[in-house]
Design a protein around this ligand. Structure first.
Ligand SMILES: Cc1cc2nc3c(=O)[nH]c(=O)nc-3n(C[C@H](O)[C@H](O)[C@H](O)COP(=O)(O)OP(=O)(O)OC[C@H]3O[C@@H](n4cnc5c(N)ncnc54)[C@H](O)[C@@H]3O)c2cc1C
Length: 371
């Protein structure tokens, strides 16, 4: 997904004018012990379709990046960065041009299979995670398996506050509008909340819903001039839940180190319980960043790191467990949930953005096969 997604993403950026820069990436072996690992990593990458990694010696790497300490590196010439907000705006504009409607401040709070699929049901709006279906029952596409069952989604919409967000019920005053949407095809792409959304759907078997682990990732920005012009990643270590503390650069030239892995408490099985993440970055976490960064950037000055921002990964594997892949779950197969016309997207953590267009194509094919 990532390899195919990368190629599609570059094409999309060019076609829709989304700003991007192919700034390349260095994957760094900091000691001679890691040189065989770099070679093994290159061979494994080639097997998975990444054939462009180049092995460079430490001195060759330092010619590219004089501030780097490295025994050897892998250069990835096709790695790049993009303006993710412009990318989302372009996707939205394209979707709207094809008839999609974005319903903001609207939450899917429950759902079930329509027990009377041939009766008209309320719902003229599309939810952010569903394809609306205002067609008549005569358009139901039949197949050897019979028509795809219609689903009802219950939607809770809150009036926006002056700042544009939805006011929580606890603050009072915010009108809650409850509506229902009838849909034949539903894609649950609710990110951190996808497991929660699935748990509220009466006709999805509970046994098909994976356990969610929350892993916050904190970033620290580098104050002062950044001496690097490429993304710098340490060699991935076995058993690590993230990619290790690396250097990311943004489109404006800002430099940040991260993300680390901070496991959050189990969100619990109650599907109605909201997931709360405290996105503030604890400045004390910098203590573990300095030694990790100095392994490849020894000249990092004391006090140069400032808390920046954080994100949270919806992980399908917990502490100490092997990394889990994305789980794009349709009706069929060993991991299938049995409800045709419904796709759950679980564990879409990094590289979910890079993979997004390939994932979308995969979902479309999955639904097509269930028609
Ligand atoms: C720290 C960090 C660094 C990352 N770095 C990279 C990177 O370098 N490269 C890369 O490719 N990826 C990266 N990612 C991963 C990437 O950001 C995600 O994979 C991607 O944003 C997931 O997109 P999504 O659409 O699946 O989920 P989201 O972007 O989370 O979207 C889910 C949407 O569903 C909505 N929603 C939730 N609940 C409901 C509900 N009940 N009803 C209706 N709507 C609902 C939410 O409001 C939201 O709009 C990173 C992630 C993190 C946290």
């Amino acid at each position: 997904m990532c390899v195919e997604g990368k190629a599609r993403l570059y094409d999309f950026c060019r076609q829709y004018g989304v700003p991007y820069k192919a700034i390349t990436k260095l994957i760094v072996g900091t000691s001679k012990d890691q040189l065989p690992d770099l070679d093994a990593f290159r061979a494994a990458s080639a097997k998975h379709g990444v054939a462009d990694l180049q092995l460079l010696s430490g001195p060759e790497a330092q010619q590219l990046e004089p501030a780097l300490a490295a025994a050897g590196v892998l250069l990835s010439p096709s790695t790049g960065i993009l303006d993710s907000h412009a990318y989302m705006a372009a996707l939205l504009a394209d979707a709207e041009a094809h008839g999609a409607v974005l319903a903001l401040n609207t939450r899917v709070s429950g759902g079930w299979v329509d027990p009377m699929p041939h009766t008209a049901t309320a719902g003229g709006t599309n939810s952010p995670c569903s394809h609306g279906d205002s067609s008549s029952s005569s358009s139901s596409r039949g197949s050897a398996m019979g028509p795809v069952p219609r689903k009802i989604l219950e939607l809770h919409t809150r009036a926006p506050t002056a700042s544009g967000g939805a006011a929580p019920a606890a603050q009072g005053g915010a009108e809650l509008e409850v509506s229902r949407l009838r849909a034949r095809w539903v894609v649950n792409a609710a990110g951190l909340h996808a497991v929660r959304v699935a748990s509220t759907i009466a006709d999805l078997p509970r046994s098909s819903i994976p356990r969610l682990y929350l892993a916050k990732g904190n970033y620290f920005s580098l104050s002062g001039r950044c001496p690097f012009g490429r993304l710098i990643y340490p060699m991935p270590e076995r058993g690590l839940a993230g990619l290790g503390t690396h250097l990311t650069l943004d489109m404006a030239g800002g430099a940040r180190f991260g993300p680390d892995v901070e496991w959050l408490p189990d969100p619990g099985p109650d599907p109605s319980a909201p997931i709360h993440v405290d996105y503030r970055v604890d400045p004390r976490r910098a203590d573990s960043f300095y030694p990790a960064i100095r392994r490849f950037f020894p000249a990092l000055p004391d006090g140069a790191l400032q808390p920046a921002y954080s994100g949270c990964r919806p992980k399908l594997s917990g502490p100490g467990q092997p990394a889990a892949d994305f789980l794009v779950q349709g009706a069929r197969g060993g991991l299938g949930h049995g409800l045709r016309g419904w796709v759950n997207m679980y564990g879409i953590e990094s590289p979910g953005l890079t993979s997004s267009l390939a994932l979308a194509e995969h979902v479309a094919q999955l639904l097509e096969a269930e028609a």
